[in-house]
Design a protein around this ligand. Structure first.
Ligand SMILES: Cc1cc2nc3c(=O)[nH]c(=O)nc-3n(C[C@H](O)[C@H](O)[C@H](O)COP(=O)(O)O)c2cc1C
Length: 222
């Protein structure tokens, strides 16, 4: 078995060859590769660059067993060397947090004082009036799952397989891993090296079934 310390697969192959792994070997993911997967995963975009995603990285056997018990005993949870509890933090509209995003952007040369003031006004208003979402949980999920998608594709480029999982009881996970009430658990993501052949590929709908032209259900001509 070869464990890749550098990405070995291009973007197109990483997307086409990523599959949901239902079994994992016990081989660890080298730290250097894991760090890069995590770093690149959170290059995902977010509204106002708020980056509400947070991840609990579970690697200890005992903790994976506890997580598995909250996840309908799915074997991937205990077999994978790494399982991420992928969360979205609703507290990103708090003033201190907004200031931390402003500071980050200012240090990168991307946020000036005028835009900082816009952020100070508009972010709290977004969460108070929420014209762009009905429930904050939709907002945290929207963002966290984008990062999860990045993580899976980047992982594949390092030869690391993954399985995203919604099969878990959120309240149980929150209690077992001390996740605050204002933080939503969006999914679990098992990462490692697949042990058994993937299930047969289930296929994807054709482009013209899922992409419309100009308005809903109008044909797209390309
Ligand atoms: C949000 C989400 C939740 C999922 N939950 C589970 C799960 O709990 N257990 C599981 O084995 N697979 C889970 N999957 C994997 C899907 O079953 C899988 O992605 C789908 O069948 C398509 O297969 P593919 O990813 O190999 O192309 C989930 C996938 C997504 C995106």
């Amino acid at each position: 078995m070869t464990i890749n310390m550098h990405p070995s697969m291009g973007l197109k192959d990483s997307i086409e060859q990523r599959r949901a792994a239902r079994s994992f070997r016990s081989d660890p993911i080298p730290d250097a590769a894991l760090v890069e997967i995590l770093r690149l995963g959170v290059r995902a975009p977010s509204g106002y660059n708020l980056q509400p995603w947070r991840f609990v990285v579970v690697r200890e056997t005992e903790n994976k067993e506890r997580l598995k018990a909250c996840a309908f005993n799915q074997r991937q949870v205990s077999e994978a060397p790494v399982v991420l509890i992928c969360c979205g933090d609703r507290r990103v509209a708090e003033p201190d947090y907004i200031e931390s995003v402003i500071k980050l952007g200012a240090e990168a040369g991307a946020v000036n004082e005028a835009y900082a003031d816009v952020m100070r006004q508009k972010i709290p208003a977004l969460f108070e009036n929420h014209p762009c979402f009905q429930h904050v949980e939709a907002w945290t999920n929207r963002h966290t799952m984008l990062a999860v998608a990045h993580l899976m594709i980047v992982a594949k480029s390092y030869g690391v397989d993954s399985c995203p999982m919604e099969g878990f009881v959120s309240d149980q996970v929150k209690e077992a891993f001390q996740i605050p009430a204002e933080v939503d658990v969006c999914c679990l993501l098992a990462l490692g090296y697949v042990a058994e052949p993937f299930k047969p590929y289930g296929g994807r709908f054709e482009i013209d079934q899922v992409f419309f032209g100009e308005s809903y259900e109008q044909p797209l001509t390309l």
